[in-house]
Design a protein. Structure first.
Length: 260
């Protein structure tokens, strides 16, 4: 079989549903990363899950036997923070976890301002009704909404659970307001700077993930190869119905490793 990684300089890897599911490492993940390292292929972890900080991800991966650094981790939160810093915004109201808010505070951004310039919605696994109420009232007062990513659900070992896309639907029903801007995958700004850093053309890049509307859509916008793994959200039946087929479909990331 032809090596699907031949001529690749950079590989972007989804985390939830691709490298791990909950607290379980997906079969072949460590072996795949070792193959990339031995082949001299650069790789980065991408996650739309804004409930954790980069340090949280480093610690989680370490606990699963994968040693990495914050420099290899790209989060949807990064795009929001970059947007706020570039626009010199210091006052926000963040619906998010403590870890997410810490990332904002490190950049000098207030996350519970009484007069926010933006409401920011993250994947808040510590959500309480008071946060929804306060955010909704700000939205009704014409404060614009930013969202870290569009995912409708987050894959877990027990099954898919509500993610930001579901919360955006709640706010739209309650207030009539939609997000002014949504960050994270599939926005190409998340990874384009790394393609430039490594002088990698789209032909020299691969995206690996388990979702069609984020991971595959990102690859479509980059015009690079997409390798779909069936270890997360997308089922074999859904994969078979896709009008545009991925460059490769595998049961898990370990199966992408070229045969000896």
């Amino acid at each position: 079989m032809t090596n699907p990684l031949q001529s690749k300089k950079v590989v972007f890897l989804d985390l939830d549903g691709t490298i791990y599911l909950g607290n379980r490492l997906i079969e072949g993940a460590q072996k795949f990363l070792k193959y990339l390292e031995s082949s001299g292929i650069q790789y980065y972890f991408l996650s739309n899950n804004s409930s954790r900080s980069k340090q949280d991800y480093v610690q989680k991966l370490s606990g699963l036997g994968i040693q990495t650094s914050q420099n290899r981790i790209l989060l949807s939160t990064d795009g929001v923070i970059d947007f706020l810093v570039r626009n010199q915004v210091k006052d926000t109201y963040v619906v998010g976890t403590r870890s997410m808010k810490e990332m904002f505070k490190k950049q000098g951004i207030e996350t519970n301002s009484p007069c926010p310039k933006y409401v920011v919605l993250g994947f808040d696994t510590e959500l309480v009704y008071e946060k929804l109420k306060k955010a909704a009232l700000f939205l009704l007062d014409e404060i614009p909404l930013l969202a870290t990513h569009p995912d409708m659900v987050c894959p877990t070992p027990e099954g898919p659970i509500p993610d930001i896309g579901s919360m955006l639907a709640l706010f739209e029903k309650a207030t009539g307001k939609k997000a002014l801007k949504i960050f994270g995958k599939p926005n190409v700004e998340m990874v384009q700077h790394l393609m430039k850093k490594h002088h990698a053309s789209p032909r020299e890049v691969a995206m690996i993930g388990d979702r069609i509307y984020t991971d595959m859509e990102l690859s479509n916008r980059l015009n690079c190869d997409f390798f779909l793994v069936l270890s997360g959200e997308t089922s074999p039946q859904e994969a078979a119905r896709l009008p545009k087929k991925p460059a490769l479909v595998a049961e898990n990331i370990g199966q992408i490793i070229p045969s000896a």
